[in-house]
Design a protein around this ligand. Sequence first.
Ligand SMILES: [Zn+2]
Length: 255
Amino acid sequence: MPEPASPHLMVGDAWDVWWACTRAGLSASELGIDLRLDDGVRSTDPDPGEGPDPRQGSVVVLAECGRCIAAVRDLTRRAPNDTTDPDRWSRCGCPARWARRMREHDQARPDQDRSERTDPSAAWRLSIGVVKPGADVDAVHELLSSQFQIIAALQRMLSDRDVHRLYPEAYGPAFRRRQNDYLTSGPVHALVLVAPARLTIRQHQAAKMAVRKALGGTDDLRNYLHMADNPAEAWCDAQHLLGPTAAQLYERYGA
Ligand SMILES: [Zn+2]
């Protein structure tokens, strides 16, 4: 179980919570998240009589739309396992706007450098490289070996639910259908990667992009390799694809 995030982290959109719960495979309460409508009570001046006690490490999410708060609360009461597109759950239009903002951010940065919206000091050792169907596993193995020790390689078929957990929302329903068909069309290879020392976000991203480039392209869909862009998502992928073994690896490598 991960440590809860910093007390009173504020997130502007309820769907970010749904995303985090889906990726982690955990409920909001298991992640220490208390979802609240933005009623003007800011984290700097919390009402001690209401909401979670910040000393317990809870995360308060302040968001604008009551309908989405209710939808996300409902969806994250247990670990999310509904693979429906988010915009089906709420008729206010917020999920589609939220997804568009995410996509626009990515498309504005074709190098997929997302370090500016994540703690720049974040660095980690353990990651999972998922070699997508049809990609040259040996070539990926060799390319990643220059920076990582590859301590295990697992072959498996992904289910629709696996794909949904890896990519809860990606470029809209049409893209998601194509992505799902592609990622379930053949086995993937999950490579368990351990760097000799903690690598920064930029170093992890550079390793991933170097593989994609060497194998022939950076197309959004058929790009050969999935690898997390931050330590939180690396943790999610390890939990997802390795199960209980992930906890042992994190203990061993202090990842
Ligand atoms: Zn809404």
